[in-house]
Design a protein around this ligand. Structure first.
Ligand code: AMP
Length: 342
């Protein structure tokens, strides 16, 4: 066993590029929270050429919430088209569908067996989701962070670029690394979370909560929304005072303007907010225009990809599967030896 462990360590140390692993669930259109919290960062990291990248469509994770099978099948490829339209480049990134690599669930089972349930009970996202889908609190929802640990460690991920909502899960992955290593030998390295400078985008209608598709369409701005829809959703965005909520709603809109608008427009509204002369209708109109323009190319590219039909997308994802498969298989072979199941 010691010889085997040595070869793994040598291999890890001699690798020049840190490994990045991250994913997104195919549970609806990508929204600006996904974009500013994660996807924009993925594309920048990919294009820096400094990392070995693995980006996947987390379809197994999506099974924890309700969706018809036909919708899920469609949504997986639609999410793939959206990520490609955002700039994920399958030549630079191993871009694949999670369920295509069965080792994710194999490793998750092994990790389940080193993870104390008391640690999973602490996960705030589980508690949130359990409240949210009270009629469907399934075991998958509970062990979701363990599958996430497997997603990352299967490819020996060092860096995990995610939004703030996922920080606790990445911490759990670090714990899983230690629990596994303590039991079976020093094999996995602890990965680190990487936040963007916008770790959390808030809901338009309830700005004290994060922007999430699970609250409903009015809460999120989809990247694919047409200009008139963006305008309509922003018109309804909360800027009225209810406790401390107004400040959060306005701060969220200003933050979006900072990222999607022109610098001078952003500065103008920040000054107006400070001196009390701000007109929220104007802020919303300028923001709607900025977001529509920012994602014009995205919408065009997304439509092109979807109009080409799904065959091309299926081919792209099959190529990603072939790239991911040997890496995952190698980890599983080594893990099986370590735990003594072969
Ligand atoms: P998910 O919808 O959970 O598949 O999220 C995919 C990625 O988007 C994860 O890295 C999340 O942390 C990130 N994300 C989702 N919602 C938000 C949000 N409202 N603000 C910032 N990041 C987010």
């Amino acid at each position: 066993m010691s010889l085997f462990k040595k070869s793994v360590k040598t291999q890890t140390k001699s690798m020049i590029k840190p490994i990045i692993v991250s994913g997104v669930q195919p549970t609806g259109n990508l929204h600006v929270g996904n974009y500013l919290g994660a996807v924009k960062n993925w594309v920048e990291l990919q294009n820096s050429g400094k990392y070995e990248m693995y980006i996947f469509i987390a379809d197994l994770h999506s099974l924890t919430s309700e969706m018809k099978a036909a919708d899920r099948r469609h949504q997986i490829l639609k999410t793939a088209a959206e990520l490609l339209a955002c700039g994920i480049d399958p030549k630079k990134t191993t871009f694949f569908i999670q369920s295509d690599i069965t080792s994710h669930t194999d490793l998750a089972w092994i990790f389940n067996c080193v993870t104390p349930i008391t640690e999973l009970e602490r996960m705030t996202q589980y508690k949130d989701k359990a409240t949210h889908q009270a009629k469907n609190i399934n075991a998958g929802l509970f062990t979701y962070p363990v599958l996430q640990a497997a997603d990352i460690l299967l490819y020996h991920g060092n860096v995990v670029p995610v939004g703030q909502d996922q920080i606790q899960h990445v911490e759990l992955t670090r714990d899983v690394t230690r629990w596994f290593n303590n039991k079976y030998g020093d094999y996995f390295e602890e990965p680190k979370a990487l936040l963007t400078n916008v770790p959390k985008v808030m809901s338009l209608l309830e700005p004290e909560k994060k922007m999430s598709k699970s609250y409903g369409q009015g809460h999120v701005l989809d990247l694919a929304d047409e200009p008139e829809i963006i305008e309509k959703k922003l018109r309804a965005a909360v800027t009225a005072t209810t406790g401390g909520v107004k400040a959060m709603g306005v701060a969220n809109l200003l933050m979006l303007l900072k990222h999607f608008g022109k610098e001078e427009t952003y500065k103008k509204f920040v000054t107006a907010e400070k001196d009390g002369s701000i007109r929220y209708g104007d802020l919303k109109a300028d923001l709607a225009k900025s977001i529509s323009e920012y994602f014009a190319n995205f919408r065009k590219r997304r439509n092109e990809l979807l109009n080409e039909g799904f065959d091309n997308l299926i081919d792209i994802m099959a190529t990603g599967k072939e790239k991911a498969k040997p890496v995952a298989a190698k980890t599983m072979e080594q893990v099986r030896k370590l735990v003594g199941i072969r």
